[in-house]
Design a protein around this ligand. Structure first.
Ligand code: PMP
Length: 387
């Protein structure tokens, strides 16, 4: 059960534009099968838990002091991680971490957005972006994706030229659809940004491209990450997180790989000591066990392929379901003329999924084998009842 903000008294000087707003977030419900927030369903192994406890214990006697504001050890660890995961070696100055990639994004908006500035993105996409825009008084401009949720690259390039945004945000793989951004399109967007101007900024200023790779470890093995383009493109920022494939959502650690200039811009707006010593120690501890933390990714990828193939065999009111191509740990499927009914009937059977994005579509995140079996059983029942 959750509290709502409806108790805010009218006499409080809450910002005018925030009146009537609700705190955003997926429901946190106590149900047996939670497949709604794209977590990795497998908990840390006992030896990882031991390392986390040991490393946090080691720093505990220093907690009277502020932490390393620049979190150098953690940035080095992310450099090693990316070298291993994506084959690109970046310097400490090209990396930066925060409390989840949510905070990374907020710092980007604080540094590059603001009154008179615009951020451009391609919908449907991650529903938090417009909130960062609102909170930083940045104008939020969107261009629709194609029917299959791939990027309409011509429309995207035209919008970069015409809108003159300070930031272009693209999620790869996209949330909620799972759609990857092919490397040639990343390059095309970068080239468009390098040519475009920025409203509210002097001549000679160009937009930055932010690629949100929160789910990128779930991509087909061997496919390059946008991280490999950073050395050639000072206007590229690639956001990552430990919350998804790395199975560490509870620790709240996200990071960004970008040119030093972008990182230095974010350092201007960050809160002093934003990343606690406990968080830094816990993150470093888990990064000592990178292989173990990622050991379930291949299985979750297989689960995704099997789930997508299974959903495609099903019919709803006499028509086949449509399943979006996903390179992530979730699958987006539809089209239901009453998705609330499907969502609620699944919930009644103890299975929580997500009703986000265009009407008629639902998103299910990959759980354990047992959780997926429960989802399939419940979904077959719900579909039969809907006929
Ligand atoms: N980006 C995308 C696309 C996401 O889906 C999420 C989480 N749902 C995030 C960023 C934020 O994740 P975190 O703050 O846990 O790193």
């Amino acid at each position: 059960s959750e509290t709502t903000s409806n108790a805010i008294p009218a006499s409080l000087p809450l910002r005018n534009d925030l009146r009537g707003e609700e705190p955003y977030g997926a429901p946190q419900l106590d149900v047996p099968v939670c497949l709604n927030v794209n977590e990795n369903p497998y908990p840390p192994a006992p030896d990882v838990v031991d390392t986390i406890a040991r490393r946090v214990r080691e720093i505990a006697p220093t907690l009277n002091r502020y932490p390393d504001r620049e979190h150098i050890a953690l940035r080095k660890a992310f450099s090693d991680y990316l070298a291993k995961e994506s084959g690109t070696r970046l310097a400490v100055e090209q990396l930066w971490a925060a409390n989840g990639s949510n905070e990374i994004m907020l710092q980007l908006f604080q540094a590059f957005g603001g009154p008179g500035r615009k951020a451009l993105s391609f919908t449907p996409t991650y529903s938090m972006y417009p909130e960062y825009a609102r909170d930083t008084f940045t104008e939020w401009v969107t261009v629709p994706r194609n029917g299959d949720f791939t990027l309409d690259i011509d429309a995207a390039v035209a919008a970069i030229r015409d809108v003159r945004p300070a930031m272009v945000l693209v999620t790869s793989p996209n949330n909620p659809t799972g759609t990857p951004l092919p490397m040639d399109q990343t390059r095309t967007l970068l080239a468009a940004c390098e040519e475009a101007g920025v409203d509210g900024a002097p001549e000679g200023v160009h937009p930055i491209l932010v690629v949100d790779e929160a789910y990128v470890e779930f991509r087909t093995p061997g496919v390059p990450s946008a991280v490999s383009l950073i050395d050639e493109h000072p206007n590229l920022a690639v956001s990552r997180t430990m919350s998804k494939a790395f199975a560490y959502a509870g620790a709240r650690v996200g990071y960004i790989a970008a040119d030093k200039g972008i990182i230095d811009s974010m350092r201007i707006v960050r809160m002093p000591y934003h990343l606690s010593a406990v968080t830094q120690a816990a993150a470093l501890a888990a990064l000592e066990h990178t292989d173990e933390q990622l050991s379930t990714v291949a299985h979750l990828r297989e689960t995704r392929e099997q789930t997508a193939a299974w959903l495609e065999t099903l019919t709803y009111k006499g028509r086949n379901l449509t399943v979006a191509h996903s390179e992530s740990n979730f699958v987006y499927f539809g089209v239901f003329d009453n998705r609330d009914y499907i969502f609620n009937e699944l919930l009644r059977r103890g299975v929580l999924i997500r009703d986000v994005g265009p009407d008629g579509w639902l998103r299910v995140c990959m759980g354990t084998d047992e959780e997926m079996a429960a989802f399939r059983k419940a979904f077959v029942e719900v579909l039969a009842a809907a006929e």
